[in-house]
Design a binder for this molecule. Structure first.
Ligand code: SD4
Length: 326
């Protein structure tokens, strides 16, 4: 067997460096900073960005900002894919997934949670008040109630009507971008913020795929899939068919691409290409990524046309059409 001392004795200086404990390469902070910046998925992102920016302007933390931002679509009964008013699963239950991650690398999530209007805030409680990262279902609900959240009926009359209508055929066919049209159907909100000091946070919240199987959980509450933040590098979040994001650990992948030198735009494109290369059913579904780096540079890319995102930067909050692979 190779003797360790002998082995080191024969090693070159460069070889010795590679024997040192692996240290993560830190992101090269160069280029022009344009901070603060807030970026979020789909057109409901405009109102969410507005709320997040207000929190930053009022001196709130970047973590407060992302939480307050996504409260807007969560609390909107007319938004049929997030929080209150979200479309139910095929058995008529509104089940919610959410996650939040802050600049200190801490994260919290809830999945398959019912009856709570703001699942992102339960996720934050999991992060701050428990030794855990992810809580699900009945246990997450009991925890939320203990923390003072109110139990509510989230199934609005219009969501119930849409479900009953779906039941007539009960054909399960997730469609590309259907959440974005007609206008009231939106999609998951993923929101990323970098404050003026370059600290980064993100949140992601959804009622998941409409008419999914009871018990199905998507990418949004899974750290690394639906959301990832690395305060040295940047952050990413996803929307669309969560199964494709889960199978490629998309948001983590985007952040790792940025760590290795890609711009946020290049990183989003590379993560979408990974789906195209690995998952043969990619033509049938939509996936969209948004990303930001520590300097406030942003990127977005989707599999299919039709994805858009809201960007609040330099005093302007605007909706932008994403480029797409197909
Ligand atoms: C999910 N990515 O549950 C979420 C929901 C979504 O289009 O974005 N639907 O898979």
């Amino acid at each position: 067997m190779l003797n360790r001392r002998k082995f080191i004795g024969g090693a070159t200086a460069a070889g010795l460096v590679s024997l040192l404990p692996l240290k993560l390469k830190s992101f090269p902070v160069s280029g022009k900073k344009d901070l603060p910046v807030i970026i979020s998925t789909w057109n409901h992102g405009i109102g969410a960005n507005e709320a997040a920016m207000k929190t930053l302007e009022n001196g709130g933390s970047v973590l407060d900002a992302v939480e307050h931002g996504v409260w807007v679509p969560e609390g909107d009964p007319n938004n049929m894919s997030v929080g209150l008013g979200g479309l139910p699963d095929r058995d008529g239950f509104v089940t919610l997934d959410a996650s939040i991650m802050g600049p200190d690398g801490n994260a919290g999530s809830v999945a398959f949670l019912q009856h709570i209007v703001h699942p992102v805030s339960v996720a934050r409680k999991v992060m701050e008040d428990t030794p855990h990262e992810l809580m699900v279902g009945e246990g997450a609900l009991q925890f939320a109630l203990k923390m003072g959240f109110k139990k509510e009926n989230l199934l609005t009359p219009q969501a119930e009507k849409a479900w009953k209508n779906w039941l007539k055929k009960a054909k399960y066919e997730p469609q590309i971008n259907w959440e974005n049209e007609p206008n009231k159907y939106h999609d998951t909100i993923g929101l990323l913020a970098v404050d003026k000091n370059g600290d980064i946070a993100g949140a992601c919240t959804t009622s998941g795929l409409a008419f999914k199987m009871h018990g199905r959980v998507g990418d949004s509450p899974i750290i690394g899939a639906g959301l990832y933040v690395d305060n040295e590098v940047g952050a990413a979040t996803s929307t669309g068919m969560g199964e494709l994001v889960l199978k490629t650990l998309g948001s983590f992948l985007v952040v790792e691409f940025m760590r290795n030198g890609k711009t946020p735009q290049e990183a989003c494109e590379a993560a979408v290409k990974r789906i195209v290369e690995k998952l043969p059913d990619n033509k049938k579904y939509q996936v969209g990524y948004i990303a930001v780096n520590k300097n406030g540079e942003t990127g977005a890319y989707s599999l299919q046309k039709g994805f858009n995102y809201a960007l609040y930067q330099g005093g302007e909050n605007k909706l932008i059409d994403s480029k797409s692979y197909y």
